[in-house]
Design a binder for this molecule. Structure first.
Ligand code: HEM
Length: 380
């Protein structure tokens, strides 16, 4: 194959997963039209994600805490973030998430088509995340609008549009950070306030650092949760027996089931790295400074690791890359896993049937995101 793939690996007009399945059988890595090397197989993706010295995460000109940091600097910020995402810190929010899920699912219309990505996924993600962070319900609308605008800008790839939505988002975050900073003694005792009081190297986090952390917790993750819910509901609608199994399964079995569905159809496609020295990937020698993409979606469908992609939740759990691996592994895994399980259980409890709407097609997303753009279903 030539050194340069005449393709951007975009899903426009085709199923991205089918395309990377096809490429992966022949190549460990391909170069896209942006000149980035996309790693497609499990072994190479895991090796690069765990080799923090040769594959740096410092890929963006913007401050990205902690995902754009390396080494000790990354460890310091990561420590701050992790304290909010442990089982102990998250357990008090379980009844809150359950209440949000029950309220949402009980009020969904029955017998007419609804879109599971927007009307279930995005709504649940925004409400649950606002409750966790202590953000007011009035932010629900602006955040949903921001998700739609951000999605359109990401699809268009237009720099101007992207920076406009980034500014809108920063303004939303400023609106919660500024009052907590201005009057700390009157601030509510929530996750956002605690973060505003956190220190690094004996000083408070700067506003820029706070905005970056909160952008990371909300920006990408609201979209990821919504897309994951879309994938899960599409699976339920296409596999009616799975509903009967999940209604009676333990929490941990439901979580393993969810992770296996997401492994096969991972909507969080890739993360970037940059090589710090020459590295060899398959037959290719990449010089220092090469931009690399770890394609989790493709690696998660590597037939040689996942028994030809048989559906085996327990057997595949250890190799599943939905939440990444290495030092940058998703610190929000537990929060997401609980939120997704709680949403799914509430949906199943509140509906007797979940079927695909007969006249409206399932619509796939386009790169750089995966999963579905629309999952039209009818609830009974
Ligand atoms: C289903 C939803 C989610 C998926 C699929 C997901 C997936 C991932 C993946 C694959 C990474 C690794 C990035 C890399 O190696 O460069 C990551 C990192 C990260 N995720 Fe998530 N994530 C989700 C939800 C969340 C949530 C809810 C939060 C926080 C509230 C969160 C916070 C983060 C942060 C801060 C990082 C960067 C960690 C670091 O660089 O050390 N994620 N996520």
């Amino acid at each position: 194959m030539s050194d340069h793939m005449p393709d951007d690996l975009s899903a426009a007009g085709r199923d991205l997963r089918a395309y990377t399945d096809q490429l992966r059988s022949k190549y460990a890595a391909v170069k896209n039209i942006q000149g980035e090397w996309v790693l497609l197989r499990h072994a190479e993706v895991v090796a690069a994600a765990q080799d923090h010295k040769r594959f740096s995460s410092n890929v963006s000109r913007y401050l990205q805490i902690p995902n754009g940091l390396d080494g000790e600097e990354h460890t310091q910020y990561r420590r701050i973030i992790e304290q909010y995402l442990t089982a102990e810190a998250l357990t008090p929010f379980v009844p809150v998430f359950k209440h949000i899920a029950q309220d949402l699912m009980a009020h969904l219309p029955r017998g007419k088509a609804i879109d599971a990505v927007q009307e279930i996924g995005a709504l649940f993600a925004v409400r649950a995340q606002c409750a966790w962070l202590g953000w007011p319900a009035e932010l629900e609308e602006p955040l949903l609008q921001w998700m739609t605008d951000n999605h359109a800008a990401t699809r268009s790839g237009e720099q101007e549009q992207l920076s406009k939505v980034a500014q809108t988002f920063d303004a939303i975050i400023q609106s919660v950070v500024a009052p907590r900073r201005a009057a700390p003694e009157q601030a509510p005792n929530d996750v956002t306030t605690k973060l505003c009081r956190d220190q690094i190297n004996g000083r408070l986090l700067t506003e820029e650092e706070l905005v970056s952390i909160l952008r990371n917790w909300t920006g990408g993750d609201l979209g990821s949760i919504a897309l994951c819910i879309g994938v899960l509901v599409a699976h339920l609608a296409q596999n009616p027996d799975s509903g009967d199994y999940l209604r009676n399964a333990s929490d941990s079995d439901v979580e393993a089931y969810i992770n296996e569905v997401l492994r096969l159809d991972n909507p969080f496609i890739s993360n970037r790295r940059i090589t710090t020295c020459p590295v060899r990937i398959g037959e290719h020698q990449l010089p220092a400074g090469t931009k690399v993409k770890l394609n989790w979606t493709s690696a998660n469908r590597d037939e040689s690791v996942f028994n030809n992609n048989a559906f085996q939740p327990q057997e595949h759990a250890a190799d599943n890359l939905v939440y990444g691996t290495g030092k940058h592994v998703c610190p929000g895994e537990l929060l997401s896993t609980w939120q997704l399980r709680i949403a799914l259980q509430a949906l199943l409890k509140n509906s007797t049937t979940i079927t695909l709407a007969p006249t409206l097609p399932l619509e796939r997303e386009v790169a750089p995101v995966g999963g579905y753009h629309k999952v039209p279903i009818i609830l009974g």
